[in-house]
Design a binder for this molecule. Structure first.
Ligand code: LCS
Length: 394
């Protein structure tokens, strides 16, 4: 298996080889907390980093199951290596804690998943990190908010839930010029549609709970980047212990084998649903990066090879109409999270982004009448028919 092979082939094969013990075809789940040493010298050498190998599942590189997943994600993202975590939030926390210290400045997108926003605004600031939330889709604003102590620029693109797009190449260039790191949360697009590392980012984070797993049956997170970057996370990873479980690692490996197929279908369905919504008289506005009405459609076309499966829209009649819509869908599932095979519908203001103060939410476009859909891989006609009948009842 060569790294130059096409994306779908890499989804299926990267990181995997027959198990050396018994020749198992699929990567085994190493359900063990600890690893046996041949002798005391070997144990000491592994802990000293003088010999490669496994020691204890909390300690990098965790286990052969985790290593297979890391290799697969790294190959797909064009990274040297990576590290897995118990959730996407654990991955983002580890990136922040390992790279930032008191007195450093973090410049972040002002539209972020609610818990990422809370981590940056309420927790990092408690430890003396200065944080600015900026409209990172506007490069002038990014430039104007860079400070002498800016150590990291964090982008979520497309952003949850407004689907704002940031120019990864231009922002990473600005970060490099001042010796800062650029980190991209690639959860929405996935490596199938967007690869931030070749565009200049230093590291990519994922909630693998979403498209990587793909089936809404696990929690996980991944960070990929250079060997040097991942090494710089080692002490935080090993001491804070937000370790992905081996079953979750295995489920992510299995999920990734069909990433290319699922993402094509998610995107194709999302375009059909977005067009349906845009033409619907009860819909005020639709945000989908693939629509020409999207404010950063041109940037999306430049840096993405497809537009993903996430849509947000404003419904006429405000929150009450939104509530009726969500209570009347029959095929779509009323639930947070995203990137599952089934279509999920939710209300950001009262659910995923409820921790953000209303005035802050409104300023960045997370309106009370916004509904977010994670379009699944069902037949698009059925998704549209379900939304149509539910909209008729609003
Ligand atoms: N990054 C993005 C872009 C996300 O959407 C999420 C979760 C995370 C990171 C955190 O990942 P987790 O810890 O949940 O694995 N987004 C969610 C959402 O929109 N609904 O529920 C979770």
């Amino acid at each position: 298996m060569k790294k130059e092979m096409k994306f779908g082939t890499l989804c299926v094969h990267a990181g995997e080889a027959p198990d050396p013990s018994y020749g198992a075809h699929t990567t085994p789940i190493y359900q063990t907390s600890t690893f046996v040493f041949e002798n005391a010298e070997q144990g000491a050498a592994r802990f000293a980093g003088e010999e490669e190998g496994y020691t204890y599942m909390r300690i990098m590189p965790n286990s052969p199951t985790h290593a297979a997943l890391v290799e697969k994600v790294a190959v797909l993202e064009g990274a040297e290596t990576g590290q897995t975590f118990s959730s996407g939030m654990a991955a983002i926390t580890a990136v922040a804690l390992s790279q930032l210290e008191k007195g450093d400045h973090l410049l972040s997108s002002n539209v972020l998943y609610g818990s990422t926003y809370s981590l940056f605004s309420s927790i990092l600031t408690k430890y003396g990190v200065e944080v600015s939330f900026v409209d990172t889709s506007d490069l002038e604003q990014v430039k104007n908010h860079i400070k002498k102590n800016t150590k990291m620029i964090f982008l979520e693109t497309p952003a949850n839930p407004t689907l704002i797009i940031c120019d990864i190449a231009e922002t990473s260039k600005m970060a490099k010029e001042i010796g800062a790191l650029s980190i991209v949360d690639n959860t929405f697009a996935t490596s199938y549609f967007q690869r931030a590392l070749p565009l200049g980012a230093d590291a990519v984070v994922h909630s693998s709970t979403k498209y990587i797993g793909g089936h809404a049956d696990l929690l996980g997170g991944v960070v990929v980047g250079s060997k040097e970057f991942i090494k710089s996370m080692e002490s935080i990873v090993n001491t804070t212990g937000a370790t992905m479980g081996p079953l979750e690692a295995w489920l992510c490996i299995r999920g990734l084998k069909t990433l290319h197929l699922r993402m094509e279908k998610h995107a194709c369905n999302a375009m059909a649903v977005a067009q349906f919504l845009e033409a619907h008289p009860k819909i005020e506005w639709v945000r989908y990066p693939g629509l020409t009405s999207h404010p950063q459609h041109e940037i999306a076309k430049k840096q993405m090879s497809g537009f993903g499966g996430m849509i947000s829209f404003g419904i006429k009649g405000g929150i009450e109409a939104g509530r009726k819509l969500m209570n009347n869908v029959a095929l779509c599932t009323l639930a947070v999270s995203l990137g599952a095979v089934d279509t999920l519908i939710q209300h950001p203001a009262s659910m995923t982004h409820a921790t953000i103060a209303r005035e802050v939410r409104l300023k960045v476009g997370i309106t009370d009448n916004m509904v977010r859909i994670s379009v699944g891989v069902e037949d698009s006609e059925d998704i549209i028919a379900d939304l149509d009948q539910a909209l008729a009842l609003t």
